[in-house]
Structure formats: C-alpha cells, structure tokens
Design a protein. Sequence first.
Length: 115
Amino acid sequence: MSKKSNTSKRYTAEFKRDAVALVYSSGKTVTEVTREIGVSPEGLRNWVNQDKSDRGRGPAGALTSDEKEELRRLRRENREQQQTIEILKKAAACSTSRCTRATGLRPGSPECGST
C-alpha cells in the first residue's frame, strides 16, 4: 500500500508557462493536458487562472503575481517590525525597572535617563 507524500512537487516558472501555453494552444481541456504532462488538474487550473489575472483578464479583485509577491514582502516586513517593536518594549521596560531598583529614582525622571 503506497502513501501519498505530504510534500508537493515544485515546478519551474518555465514549466508552468509552457503548460499554460499548451492549454491555450492545443484546444484541449485542462484535464486532458494534465493527463499528458502529469500534473494535477487543480494545479494547472490555478496556473491558468493566475495567468489570466496577470494578463488583466481575471476576475475582478484578483491579484496579479507581482501584487501577490509585494503583499508577501510587506507582510513579512510588517511581522519583522512588530517583533522589533516587542523587543524594544521589553528592553525599555527592563531598563526602566533596573533604573528604579538600582537608584531608587522614579521611572521617567530626568535623572534616570528615560523620558
């Protein structure tokens, strides 16, 4: 009994482009083309739909590949900035509490060095 792998195959951008072009040029259905080239129908259908969006022929509101990449980049950048903010908050709180314990000064006072 064989088990299906949980990892998906990765195809090159060139392979995807060629597969989509084959769908357009052959006059065959996506399912027929997938049988010939050995990819899943859902995968090829997604590639065709993404190609339509990239060409401006997709459904309203569909993101192009460039927009998806920018969104991924901005989300990653946002996540990194949020982590930096959390680290700085903890460092500031730690610094302030050390100031209070070591000197007896009130946090926020000019003598403590924090404002």
